[in-house]
Design a protein around this ligand. Structure first.
Ligand code: MN3
Length: 200
């Protein structure tokens, strides 16, 4: 496969002050583009070329660090843009998501608190996640480009806590970014779509 950078699913200024056009100009146009370009260079001529993105992420982990870092970040960002939407956030979750949040994570408020804590306590660059593992929902955190796929899980929500995701809009205030992101931007419909796909 060839990795390609999709356009954002909304305009650059659609998320207002929660995530600015300037952040997207760097984060989407430069950082994500670099993962695509470097990933394609490192993928060429390898055994992974004919595989799905998910299989390349799983297969390259611990085997080809350069390739893994770039394809995993490509996978993470493909979903990250879709995990946000204008007028997102709130505590009205789709029923399928709410049911698992209640069953496995102690309800919305505890899940929110644990997700924000995961992102806040991820030392250095990384991600906070909601992921489905053995049909159970978990809050996870991972360093750098790692994601739940390499831990036998499927992500249904992820927040990028690399500084390039928040430094323009929030400077060093990562907890404030995570709270603002969770409360105003999360696209719960896409979370539900990811959950349904993960349960197939
Ligand atoms: Mn990023």
């Amino acid at each position: 496969m060839t990795l390609t950078l999709p356009a954002l699913p909304y305009s650059y200024d659609a998320l207002g002050a929660h995530m600015s056009a300037e952040t997207f100009e760097y984060h989407h146009d430069k950082h994500h583009q670099a993962y695509v370009d470097n990933g394609n260079k490192l993928l060429a001529g390898t055994e992974f070329e004919g595989q799905s993105l998910e299989d390349i992420v799983r297969g390259s982990h611990g085997v080809n660090a350069g390739l893994f870092n770039n394809v995993a970040q490509h996978y993470n960002h493909l979903h990250f843009w879709n995990w946000m939407s204008p007028n997102g956030g709130g505590n009205k979750l789709p029923e399928a998501v709410q049911t698992l949040v209640d069953r496995d994570l102690g309800g919305f408020d505890k899940m929110r608190q644990d997700f924000i804590a995961a992102g806040t306590t991820q030392f250095g660059s990384g991600w906070a996640w909601l992921a489905l593992k053995n049909n159970k929902l978990e809050v996870m955190k991972t360093p750098n480009g790692e994601n739940p796929l390499i831990h036998g899980a499927t992500p249904i929500l992820g927040c990028d806590v690399w500084e390039h995701s928040y430094y323009i809009d929030y400077r060093n205030a990562r907890p404030k970014y995570l709270e603002s992101w969770f409360d105003n931007l999360v696209n719960w419909s896409y979370v539900e779509e990811c959950l349904v796909n993960a349960q197939k």
